[in-house]
Design a protein around this ligand. Structure first.
Ligand code: COA
Length: 142
């Protein structure tokens, strides 16, 4: 089941984020983001246990995926793919919407997920991340 996140879900998002990234975002940061216009998040949960979430910022007919994380023990069950589809379905409201994101060039799991979900590489940023790791921009119009 996928539910919309409110600022009071910030702690849940922070816990999930910490399971998936070496530089975790604090609950306060999620709370601030979720109170900004155009920012929305959805949590995938089963029996009230949060499995993963997606956070996006939408402006007109474009939305940037700010982060996406699935708890390690819940991976490879289609959670991320369903979160992507759900996000597109909610945001597009009958009109085309362009979803885009930046991902570390060496993040094979995420790049494969996005490719399998119909995203294409549309840009590259050299040395964008700490340690000089490149980023690629990936885009799909739904
Ligand atoms: C990337 C991530 C969100 C994928 O979540 P997930 O719920 O496991 O993904 P799904 O089960 O929906 O996977 C869909 C497809 O993506 C691809 N994929 C997902 N994880 C993969 C991996 N580790 N290696 C290769 N392909 C992978 C597969 O094609 C998969 O389909 P399959 O399982 O039928 O082969 C998850 O691994 C994660 O949270 N990683 C750490 C955080 C991160 O990198 N976030 C993205 C930053 S932009």
């Amino acid at each position: 089941m996928i539910v919309g996140a409110m600022p009071q879900h910030a702690e849940v998002l922070a816990v999930l984020h910490k399971t998936s990234f070496t530089a975790p975002w604090q609950a306060k940061e999620f709370e601030t983001l979720l109170s900004q216009p155009g920012v929305a998040a959805w949590i995938s949960q089963q029996d009230d246990v949060p499995m993963g979430f997606i956070l996006v910022r939408a402006v007109a007919d474009e939305a940037e995926i700010l982060t996406l994380a699935v708890a390690p023990e819940q991976r490879r069950k289609g959670v991320a793919q369903r979160l992507l589809q759900h996000t597109a379905d909610i945001l597009r409201e009958g009109r085309p919407i362009r979803l885009f994101l930046e991902v570390a060039a060496d993040n094979i799991a995420a790049r494969t997920l996005y490719m399998r979900s119909g995203f294409a590489v549309t840009g590259e940023r050299k040395g964008y991340y700490a340690g000089g790791i490149d980023a690629v921009t990936m885009t799909r119009t739904f």
